[in-house]
Design a protein around this ligand. Structure first.
Ligand code: SAM
Ligand code: ZN
Length: 281
């Protein structure tokens, strides 16, 4: 049985040869690469929503080199501590699936039988993701209308993607783990120094969210030595700065063939609270 639900009638979907089907007779074709499109047309706000092809390829090439492996390891460690032999997980806004595939493989190597779904609104992202790990399920879907049942997953990852708290709370089991990855204050500081006259650090904040208890904020600090123009430009393309840097800054960066740059992440670890008996949560 799939982790996905029918986006039209919310019944469980079964994956068969070439398509996902619900008992109500709705059917959704599996694309050649292995993902399924579960975003109804009325939720599609542009012809090609989400990250475009260039951005996806830049991220794939950069992450495949292992530059963010310390972050992947921190995420995997959190999901490895989940109870049970067959945890169900969701990577919401999974992009090209670097973390989705990495988590699946880490849990399998630890002798578990994970089920993992990755969702993203960009079909370009899922084309790459579905090729990365055939044993994971991938669907084009919005994080704000997830095609998953209530309380069905043990863990949700949201890494640099839209924060759809209500949906994350809905799909998680009580006691389930929610990992929210954001940039730390000095993330990519040396790149920002080249791009901007006056760079500023990212704000560090701790936000209690309704229905969740804070377990920890895990810092992941590192430094990268990028030794090719391609790697520097791929990293730049992955960032929001790519869209808002003045031309002079982008040209200064384009001239570089080498860059040492700090990385800094914060993994906010939450537990979904159990609803109190009689309380209106
Ligand atoms: C910065 S990328 C992060 C991708 C991946 N989590 C990672 O860290 O490599 C943000 C992703 O969110 C996706 N996205 C944007 N809006 C979305 C939405 N409403 N629902 C689901 N995904 C969305 C984009 O297509 C993109 O792949
Ligand atoms: Zn249906």
């Amino acid at each position: 049985m799939s982790l996905f639900r029918c986006p039209l009638c919310a019944a469980p979907l079964e994956r068969g040869a070439g398509a996902y089907r619900c008992p109500g007779g709705h059917s959704f074709d599996v694309a050649r690469e292995g993902y399924v499109h579960l975003l109804p047309p009325n939720q599609k706000h542009s012809a090609l929503p989400g990250d475009g092809r260039d951005m996806v390829l830049a991220r794939r090439d950069f992450l495949s080199k292992g530059y963010y492996e310390p972050l992947l390891k921190t995420i995997c460690f959190q999901f490895l501590t989940l109870p049970g032999e067959a945890p169900a997980l969701l990577d919401a806004g999974c992009g090209e699936g670097y973390y989705t595939a990495g988590i699946f493989q880490a849990l399998r190597s630890a002798g578990k039988r994970p089920r993992i779904a990755g969702t993203d609104i960009s079909k370009f992202a899922l084309r790459t993701a579905a090729r990365r790990e055939r044993a994971a399920e991938f669907a084009v879907a919005s994080s704000y209308r997830l095609p998953l049942g209530d309380g069905g997953v043990d863990g949700v990852l949201n890494c640099f993607s839209p924060l759809a708290l209500e949906e994350f709370r809905r799909v998680l089991k009580p006691g389930g783990t929610f990992l929210y990855v954001v940039p730390g204050p000095d993330h990519l500081w040396e790149m920002k120094e080249i791009l901007y006259e006056r760079p500023y650090p990212n704000e560090e904040k701790e936000t209690p969210y309704e229905g969740f208890a804070y377990r920890a904020i895990l810092p992941v600090e590192g430094a990268l030595r990028l030794e090719s123009r391609a790697d520097i430009q791929n990293l730049f393309r992955m960032t929001p700065y790519f869209w808002k840097t003045p031309r002079a800054g982008a040209e200064r960066l384009a001239a570089l063939e080498r860059l040492e740059v700090r990385t800094s992440f914060r993994v906010h670890v939450f537990e979904k609270l159990c609803a109190l008996k009689g309380a209106d949560l």
